[in-house]
Design a protein around this ligand. Structure first.
Ligand SMILES: [Zn+2]
Length: 376
């Protein structure tokens, strides 16, 4: 990134904190390295997309926003695209998985769990005015003592952050940002405070679409690893940890993505309340992504769909329990499963609404021909 690009990024996100300086010497060095890695991974992924499928994908100015809340934002300013990831998202996700893996009761089958302690390790999070903050005031760092558990904690953070980044890139590629710019003076597609929309249902449909984009790329990435494995190539970190087969991969992936969404409060589903929302409720988004994984498997005629489905359900139960242990909140997997049933009608409507949204976003999509087809 050039100095000019950094300055432009800073100006675009000035109101919400501006650019976070990843070369700030006051920070812990490993923290700066971690953030730079997020930027490198995002840029690498954007280049890969341009090489493989989206040759017309313009430059995307990706960087970190100096803001302690959980959020990310994609925006089209003039004809330039930007994606900002709040430093709070990175901090919360890393704190969450570090604390899970330093707790010997969570993932106790991984690494040498006897090295971990049983002392209290609470997630440094507080919620104020519907915003989720990383709480620097009470922050106490806990890193897993066992190096293997440390690697797993970094790997789950990597999966969650990648999911968020891919979701934001999805908003650009699928034309959501371009469409939003055409109907609103407020151009920032901000995940937690999207405002100025007339038809929330359309926005919820586009959020579902961005999630589906992220799920598709999670799937495609496993194809590359499976191929490399079949060719007898060495599999590098973190794939050597997470990929034994597709089921193991989606076990970790779903654990990471459920935990990420769980950073927001999980509430009982009420269809009427969705009239006020820019996104489908978090638990519904997870249900939709689980369905997405299973339907991709079905389309590809992959075996063991039922086994994958059972594993996903078990993973949700495990992730909910793990989250309750680091927040001292009630363990309530039942809400997720009852929401899954209660939202059936809503999710069906949401999927059918794709046919209304498709013509709106098509003129702004990077590769209109690769948008998912209408639903029949
Ligand atoms: Zn979004």
């Amino acid at each position: 990134m050039t100095k000019e690009e950094n300055e432009k990024f800073d100006a675009v996100f000035k109101d919400v904190g501006g650019r976070y300086y990843t070369d700030n010497k006051e920070n812990d060095e490993s923290f700066n390295i971690g953030l730079k890695q997020v930027i490198d991974d995002a840029e690498g992924f954007i280049k890969y997309l341009r090489r493989s499928r989206y040759v017309n994908l313009p430059y995307i100015n990706f960087n970190i926003i100096n803001n302690p809340t959980l959020n990310a934002c994609a925006v089209l300013v003039g004809d330039e695209y930007y994606i900002g990831l709040n430093v709070g998202s990175f901090l919360l996700v890393n704190d969450m998985f570090s604390k899970m893996f330093s707790n010997k009761e969570i993932f106790s089958n991984i690494g040498n769990v006897s090295l971990e302690t049983t002392s209290a390790k609470k997630l440094s999070r507080f919620i104020y005015n519907d915003e989720i903050y990383f709480n620097t005031k009470v922050f106490e760092s806990f890193l897993p003592q066992d190096p293997i558990r440390g690697s797993f904690s970094m790997m789950l953070s990597w999966l969650a952050i990648n999911y968020l980044v891919h979701h934001e890139i999805g908003h650009i590629i699928r034309g959501h940002c371009g469409y939003y710019k055409s109907i609103s003076y407020k151009q920032h597609w901000s995940e937690l405070e999207l405002k100025q929309f007339d038809n929330p249902f359309h926005f919820q449909t586009m959020e579902m679409d961005a999630d589906s984009f992220a799920v598709n790329y999670a799937f495609l990435s496993t194809d590359n690893v499976a191929q490399a494995k079949a060719d007898g190539k060495t599999i590098d970190y973190p794939w050597n940890l997470i990929y034994t087969d597709i089921e193991i991969f989606f076990h970790y992936w779903t654990f990471a993505i459920y935990s990420f969404h769980r950073l927001c409060n999980i509430e009982h589903f009420n269809e009427e309340e969705t009239n006020q929302l820019s996104h489908p409720p978090p638990s519904v988004r997870i249900s939709l992504m689980m369905n997405n994984i299973l339907s991709i498997m079905e389309k590809r005629n992959m075996p063991k769909i039922e086994s994958m489905s059972n594993m996903l359900v078990k993973t949700i139960v495990e992730a909910e329990l793990a989250f309750s242990k680091i927040t001292y909140e009630e363990n309530k997997p039942d809400i997720f499963f009852s929401n899954h049933v209660l939202s059936t009608n809503y999710t069906e409507k949401l999927m059918r609404n794709w046919n209304n949204v498709l013509p709106l976003i098509k003129p702004f999509a990077i590769a209109p021909e690769s948008l998912p087809p209408p639903v029949t």
